[in-house]
Design a protein. Structure first.
Length: 116
């Protein structure tokens, strides 16, 4: 995850109540620091995150909540809606996905509907 990349704040400030958050890293575009706190909820297959941006003009926090689908769920969904020849590939190698694959993409072919 995140790691120390900037000395924007002194060590005493960071120890004062932000221990549960990821260490800071520069915010995109520079001029500040981003703290990130992430949780994976295995019972609901959801990832929640809290991003706190501390900039010269103040701070703001944004929340995200995202459903994460496993490869076998995606393959099943594709088949349920009529796709055939469904495969899950590693996006970095274009080879079939394995348990070590970080980014995946699912492909399938939808048969043409019969006319008439």
């Amino acid at each position: 995850m995140a790691h120390w990349t900037d000395d924007f704040f002194d060590e005493e400030f960071l120890k004062g109540g932000l221990e549960e958050m990821e260490p800071p890293r520069p915010a995109k575009g520079g001029g500040g620091v981003l703290f990130e706190e992430r949780d994976m909820h295995y019972d609901t297959s959801r990832v929640t995150a809290s991003w706190t941006f501390i900039l010269d003009e103040g701070s703001t926090t944004k929340q995200t909540d995202m459903r994460v689908y496993s490869p076998h769920e995606l393959l099943s969904i594709f088949r349920q809606v009529g796709f055939v020849d469904v495969i899950c590939l590693d996006m970095e190698t274009d080879q079939p996905a394995t348990e070590k694959t970080r980014l995946q993409i699912v492909f399938g072919r939808k048969p043409r509907a019969k006319r008439g």
